[in-house]
Design a protein around this ligand. Structure first.
Ligand code: URA
Length: 205
């Protein structure tokens, strides 16, 4: 095959991209993680949802958003009128980054270098799917596309044109909080309602 271990093959074929991503050594995260968690969903989805990185459950099961954050995401999407089955769901970083504490594996935020190393895979997925709407969950996802100066607190729920490097890959970008932040929020009901309101606003764009 064509994989050089760090860069996606020049193709918009999701099956080929997924196979190549399984062998990615573009940053160090592949060493400790169980497997690459590539995106999933119909090839021509209207909506592409991107989170930060797979968590413990995702790393074990090989699929994005299947743990606690995924359950909250599924409920929130449904309440906002989206159908997860019709959406392409992925992460901007495709390996689980963690530290071990006893038997537990604690999520660690990916570095900027890791986000940048993984970005060509997201670009490949966008080239394949060509969604109308790109939904970015959390600061890491939003900053992968819109740059490190991007602030969710200021721009959440707002429709945005793609930045120059992503021109033609999607029509409208919308960033909101990460579902994990809703799970951790002191006022969980309010955080959940605000998350759903952003999703609903995005759906109407
Ligand atoms: N958090 C994410 O950002 N992505 C997942 O797939 C799971 C949890």
């Amino acid at each position: 095959s064509h994989a050089d271990g760090a860069a996606p093959p020049d193709t918009a074929d999701l099956t080929r991209l997924r196979r190549a991503a399984a062998d990615c050594t573009g940053c160090g995260l592949y060493r400790a993680a169980t497997q690459t968690i590539f995106g999933e969903g119909p090839r021509r989805s209207e909506v592409l949802v991107a989170g930060e990185q797979p968590g413990d459950q995702e790393d074990r099961q090989g699929k994005p958003f299947v743990g606690p954050a995924g359950r909250l995401l599924d409920e929130a999407l449904a309440e906002a009128g989206f159908d997860r089955e019709a959406m392409y769901v992925t992460n901007v970083v495709k390996h689980f980054k963690f530290t071990e504490r006893g038997k537990r594996r604690i999520h660690e935020k990916p570095s900027r270098a890791e986000v940048v190393a993984c970005r060509p895979w997201l670009v490949g997925e966008l080239r394949a799917v060509r969604p109308r709407l790109l939904l970015l969950l959390g600061a890491t996802a939003a900053q992968s596309v819109y740059g490190t100066a991007f602030r969710i607190t200021r721009r959440r729920g707002e429709p945005m044109a793609p930045p120059e490097e992503f021109a033609g890959l999607f029509d409208i970008g919308v960033a909101t909080v990460h579902p994990s932040s809703v799970l951790r929020a002191p006022d969980r009901e309010t955080a959940r309602a605000e998350f759903i309101a952003d999703l609903r606003a995005a759906r109407e764009k």
